[in-house]
Design a protein around this ligand. Sequence first.
Ligand code: GDP
Ligand code: MG
Length: 168
Amino acid sequence: EVEVAIKVVVVGNGAVGKSSMIQRYCKGIFTRDYKKTIGVDFLERQIEIDGEEVRLMLWDTAGQEEFDAITKAYYRGAQACVLTFSTLDRESFEAIESWKKKVEDEVGEIVMVLVQNKIDLIDDAVVHTSEAEELAKKLKLRFYPTSVKENLNVEEVFRYLATKYLER
Ligand code: GDP
Ligand code: MG
C-alpha cells in the first residue's frame, strides 16, 4: 500500500538529458532519441525507503524548456526537484540558479538536488565537477554527477530526494 506519493519535476536547459533520465529511472532503458509519449505527463516508479513504500512521479517537459513556455500545471504541487545541467554545455550550468528561482517562485522551497549529467563524456567537459561542487555548496544542495547512459548515480538521485522528503 502506497502512502506517500511525491511529484518530482526535472528541470534544466534543453538536451541536458532530462527525458533520458526519467526514462532510465522509470523504464530502465536508454535510447539516443527519446520521443515523449503523447499524452503522458509523467512516468512513475515505486521504491521502498526504510520500509515505507514511496511512489515517485517524474514529470517531464514536452521539450519546451524556455522558462515561460512551461505551464503552471507542470510545477503545480511539486514536492521535489532535480536541477540538471550537462557536462558538455556551459550555458546549462549557468542557468541552474535561474531554474532554481523559477521553481521556487512557483511552488516555494522544496527538496532539490543538483545533477551534472553526461559524466561519461568528462574528457570533453566544459564544466568542471569542482565548479559544480562549489555551486552546490553555495546553494546548499546535494550534488550528484550522473551518466544516464552508463546508469551511474541515477538511482541515488531519486533515492536521496525521497529520503530527504520523508525527513521533512
Ligand atoms: P532533454 O532535452 O533534457 O530531455 O534531453 P534528452 O533526454 O532528450 O537527451 C538529449 C541527448 O543527450 C540525447 O541524445 C540523449 O541520448 C543524450 N544523453 C542523455 N543523457 C546522456 C548521458 O548521460 N550521456 C551521454 N553520452 N548522452 C546522454
Ligand atoms: Mg526532453
